[in-house]
Ligand binder design. Structure first.
Ligand code: NAP
Length: 289
């Protein structure tokens, strides 16, 4: 069998998914390809036509698995037959799987983040207290907050627009309570988190000098910092946290792990994480490594 896999989103030029999945295919000894399908909004017809190709995997144009990224993680939902519980809870889909005549949407960002957090951050947690502070309340924050609630964390969510945090908290209320705050020094001063997760794009290239952490606020002692950004590999937030003596990690592991989980759903074969890591960042390991 030749696995025809791919990614829908826009823009996709910078995507690391093709080398990740090519490495996983090769390491598993499977024939296949992973193609980029840039679909600019509002081309919902193009999106639908592409998704339907999953329903005919044996046709010449058929596909065996698709990832979905910005801006289509929600747009794609009406085109599906079923949502996995995780995708349902988060309200976003990043993995499409066709099984037994039905098209299923799942979300591998949730296990992707959680597995990487457990791998990197857990060994550095000072004690049993699980108090997380999540910065930013956009799409990835939904997956992160849901993952943390599932994992038993007490979660505070800080956003520059409080109403955005409140909306997210309301959407996830069946999974647990979330405290909502303004992302300002005054808003965060009273907190003593043991984990800080950045889900804002602040500090990403081309603005590597920016940090989402308020400059006038000291870092809490003994917290671990996880930044979803991986370009650059050491953001200003990670640098400052490390200078303050905190353990600090970027989000490349989440990217690798969500890809591995998607790959396993499509092929039923274990993904070789080492081969996938080697394909994306051989020269720039995580600060922890
Ligand atoms: P998103 O849906 O646009 O959400 C971004 C959030 O950050 C929003 O709450 C936004 O608030 C806030 N924000 C933006 N600029 C801000 C600023 N200057 N100060 C304070 N808050 C600000 O984006 P996303 O999809 O969640 O992605 C966020 C980041 O995570 C990106 O850097 C992305 O590359 C990264 N990411 C990494 C992985 C991984 O696998 N490692 C996975 C997903 C995402 P407003 O709505 O007010 O602008």
């Amino acid at each position: 069998m030749f696995y025809r896999l791919g990614l829908i989103g826009y823009p996709l030029a910078q995507s690391k998914s093709p080398p990740l999945h090519s490495a996983a295919l090769q390491a598993a000894g499977l024939a296949g390809s992973y193609q980029l399908f840039p679909i600019a909004p509002p081309d919902l017809e193009g999106l639908s036509a592409l998704v339907q190709r999953l329903r005919q995997p044996d046709a010449p144009e058929g596909l065996h698995g698709l990832n979905v990224t910005i801006p289509h993680k929600q747009n794609v939902i009406p085109l599906l037959d079923d949502l996995a519980p995780t995708a349902q809870a988060v309200g976003a889909v990043n993995t499409l799987i066709y099984r037994n005549g039905r098209l299923l949407g799942d979300n591998s960002d949730v296990p992707g983040f959680l597995h990487d957090l457990q791998r990197l951050a857990y060994p550095h947690l000072a004690g049993p207290s699980r108090r997380a502070l999540v910065l930013g309340a956009g799409g990835s924050a939904r997956a992160v907050v849901y993952a943390l609630l599932l994992d038993g964390w007490q979660v505070a969510l800080a956003a520059r627009r409080l109403e955005q945090a409140q909306e997210l908290a309301a959407a996830l209320q069946t999974a647990g309570a979330v405290e909502c705050l303004h992302l300002t020094a005054a808003g965060l001063r009273a907190l003593t988190p043991t984990l800080i997760v950045n889900t804002t794009p602040v500090g990403m290239l081309p603005f590597p000098e920016a940090s989402p952490w308020p400059a006038e606020l000291a870092f809490p002692t003994d917290a671990v910092v996880y930044d979803l950004i991986y370009k650059p590999p050491r953001t200003q937030l990670l640098r400052h946290a490390q200078q303050a003596g905190l353990a600090a990690f970027n989000g490349l592991g989440m990217l690798v792990e969500q890809a591995a989980v998607s790959f396993e759903r499509w092929t039923g074969v274990n993904a070789d994480r080492s081969a996938m890591w080697a394909a994306v960042e051989p020269a720039q390991p995580n600060p922890a490594d």
